[in-house]
Design a binder for this molecule. Structure first.
Ligand SMILES: Nc1ncnc2c1ncn2[C@@H]1O[C@H](COP(=O)(O)OP(=O)(O)OP(=O)(O)O)[C@@H](O)[C@H]1O
Ligand SMILES: Nc1ccn([C@H]2C[C@H](O)[C@@H](COP(=O)(O)O)O2)c(=O)n1
Length: 242
């Protein structure tokens, strides 16, 4: 964390973290994209904490809209039905890496959006252009002047193409399924492998803003790295590029 006399948000030339009073302010946007289970949320929160930046989980926003659709009986397999209700839910999301959370119409749904039901439906809902148009606009408004780590599938390519640092996290399908299985109860390695492969295929083959590595992103394969090593490598990239 930034030391005393420093303002969180960027880096000193001597590689310490923070910003001195009176320094020129360079708002920082770090874009973190990648497939499911590659470690985006964990690494992004760690990087945001270390640099005193805000943190935005755009996947939570797609999950929250999906939760609302399911809650209101919308057929998530019908893109026209989803499009017709794309603007109906009122979302609010926190950007504090210490307390990530999302509300829909004032109700805290931070836990509900992680259920299997939502996870199975979210790729179909997020493929609907009207949903993406709405959420990309809201994400850009939150990103505003920067000083934020933003994670998702299209951050470096669509939401924040001007981000100073773009990281594309990957890991082998086996490693990702193993990590997810360790996190959840009542599932198996094979069930997670199949579910994650399905979601990756849907997310990377949809017409609207598919999961893609931006041309100027740095790919970071985390298969053999623990979380601390991933965070350290991203912090190194931030220093190198800002
Ligand atoms: N480098 C790592 N080594 C071991 N486990 C990790 C590593 N990075 C993340 N994990 C663990 O893997 C799981 C998935 O990580 P995380 O939720 O950050 O991935 P994600 O890319 O945000 O996934 P999704 O897109 O599905 O939300 C978590 O349980 C997390 O603690
Ligand atoms: N920028 C984004 C973020 C997420 N999505 C979609 C695709 C994912 O399968 C889903 C859930 O994201 P997760 O919580 O697993 O990161 O939301 C997207 O299309 N664009």
């Amino acid at each position: 964390m930034p030391g005393s006399g420093q303002i969180p948000g960027t880096l000193f030339a001597d590689n310490s973290i923070g910003r001195a009073e009176g320094d020129a302010v360079t708002a920082l946007v770090v874009a973190m994209d990648g497939p499911s289970g590659s470690g985006k949320s964990s690494a992004s929160r760690g990087v945001a904490r270390a640099l005193g930046l805000r943190y935005l989980d755009t996947g939570a926003m797609y999950r929250a809209i999906t939760w609302w659709m399911l809650e209101h009986g919308v057929d998530v397999g019908d893109p026209q039905a989803v499009a017709a209700r794309a603007d109906a839910a009122r979302l609010a999301i926190t950007t504090d890496p210490e307390a990530p959370g999302v509300t829909v119409d004032g109700r805290d749904v931070s836990a509900e959006i992680r259920t299997q039901e939502v996870t199975s439906a979210v790729s179909a809902v997020s493929a609907v252009p009207q949903v993406r148009a709405r959420l990309v606009a809201e994400q850009r408004a939150i990103i505003g002047d920067g000083d934020i780590v933003v994670e998702g599938r299209d951050i470096g390519s669509v939401v924040a193409p001007g981000a100073a640092v773009k990281v594309y996290l990957t890991a082998s399908p086996e490693a990702r399924a193993r990590r997810r299985t360790a996190e959840l109860t009542g599932t198996t390695l094979e069930a997670q492998r199949v579910a994650m492969a399905r979601r990756d295929t849907l997310d990377s083959t949809r017409k609207a803003d598919p999961l893609v590595m931006a041309a100027d992103a740095i790919e970071l394969d985390t298969t053999e790295l623990n979380l601390e090593e991933v965070i350290a490598e991203v912090l190194r990239l931030v220093k190198e590029r800002t």
